[in-house]
Design a protein around this ligand. Structure first.
Ligand SMILES: O=C([O-])CC(=O)C(=O)O
Ligand SMILES: [Mg+2]
Length: 387
């Protein structure tokens, strides 16, 4: 049993949307296939992965460093003790040889993308859904019913409040009961008007989260906190620079409601620093680490261990990224839910065909691997890369 190739293609996921920090006009994602020599049901097992939006495709790093380290490793050294399957932790260690600690940036995206494909292959080799495999290994009960919320509400050329309201109404019509919109890309007064428009539209049928994408300095963060705390928001997200733990810690004094952050922290060490120094409150705040951007599930398992040591339940995690990998982690390991972008970043985001949101939840179907084979538009581009 061995990995015979790792293929990568960088795909556009561009759109005219804008958050408080970046526009998505040139956004890309890496699509990866980990090709094995294992045959199941008459087909070669191929695992697939991709990185989520916000960071760009990582073809350069994947081709120059990480692919070669896996393919050059002694194949038996990448298997479990019994030799019956790939071992994601050993593959991770092979990828990360000769990498110094710290400075977690784009490298974590390249590794996370390959790691997703490795886990897809492992679960397919075992012939089960990844969420079942994760629950089994952890000795816990899987729960395929997962909370999902609708992320959108971007700034968009020519988009007025009525278009924003219509977008949010569309999410409610599709079964969501939490929606998210961007703030910090306009003046405070304009953002307040947009928030009030959305709250009038959803009118108690759903809750609203707001996301500043790390835009605010302390003064602006506090000014917004004073405005936002007058509304019953689901959360106030990524207020200041993701690595400014002191700013995050200071916000508790001004914002009693739930806050969320973590999508731009890419290692268990950074996650630990957030918990140690960021003043996050385990009874109400939310953690959004996204394995696809942060060295994959092998690293995410370390992050969950760190959270456990520091008194945080996995149920406080609702990852960024809107991909099926985090849905599996949520169902298998008891996370609080997952992000979803109903109208964006297709075909990568979303759920297998026929899965509908009801009362803010979906039920993951029982498909081997991560479940990409159940999403026809996605599996088509994956098969174009390798099958
Ligand atoms: O706009 C983005 O970069 C995505 C984001 O923050 C989120 O989904 O929370
Ligand atoms: Mg965000």
């Amino acid at each position: 049993m061995r990995i015979v190739d790792i293929c990568e293609v960088t795909k556009p996921i561009s759109s005219p949307i804008r958050n408080a920090y970046i526009d998505f006009s040139k956004m890309t994602a890496s699509l990866v296939a980990v090709v094995t020599d294992v045959v199941r049901d008459g087909h070669r097992v191929v695992g697939y992965g991709f990185n989520s939006n916000g960071r760009y495709g990582q073809g350069g790093l994947i081709r120059e460093r990480f692919r070669g380290r896996v393919l050059e490793a002694e194949p038996a050294s990448l298997l479990n003790d019994e030799g019956t399957n790939l071992d994601a932790h050993r593959i991770w260690a092979a990828m990360m040889q000769n990498e110094k600690p710290g400075g977690h940036g784009e490298r974590s995206v390249a590794v996370g993308t390959i790691d997703m494909a490795v886990w897809d292959a492992i679960a397919k080799i075992e012939g089960k859904p990844l969420f079942r495999l994760l629950a089994e290994r952890k000795g816990v009960e899987a729960n395929p019913r997962v909370f999902v919320y609708a992320a959108g509400g971007y700034y968009y050329p020519g988009k007025d409040d009525s278009a924003l309201r219509k977008e949010m109404r569309g999410y409610l019509d599709r079964g969501y009961n939490v929606v998210k919109m961007k703030i910090g890309g306009a003046t405070l007064a304009e953002d307040q008007r947009r928030i009030e428009a959305v709250l009038a539209e959803i009118d108690g049928e759903a809750q609203l989260a707001v996301d500043a994408n790390g835009r605010f300095d302390l003064e602006t963060a506090i000014a917004y906190a004073k405005m936002l705390r007058e509304y019953p928001l689901f959360w106030y997200e990524e207020i200041g620079d993701p690595l400014d733990y002191q700013l995050q810690a200071a916000m508790a004094e001004f914002y009693p409601g739930p806050m969320a952050t973590g999508e731009n922290l890419f290692s268990h060490q950074d996650a630990r620093n957030l918990i140690r120094y960021g003043g996050m409150r385990p009874d109400r705040d939310w953690l959004q680490f996204d394995c696809a951007l942060s060295y994959g599930l092998v690293e995410y398992l370390r992050t969950l261990d760190v959270l456990d040591e520091l008194g945080w339940s996995p149920s406080r995690c609702i990852p960024h990224g809107g991909h099926q990998m985090s849905l599996n982690i949520a169902a298998g390991l008891g996370l609080g839910g997952n992000e979803s972008y109903p109208d964006l970043f297709q075909p990568y985001g979303g759920f297998p065909d026929g899965v509908a949101v009801s009362d803010g939840h979906i039920v993951i179907p029982e498909l081997p691997g991560i479940g990409f084979e159940g999403k026809s538009d996605l599996i088509k581009v994956m098969h174009d890369l390798a099958r």
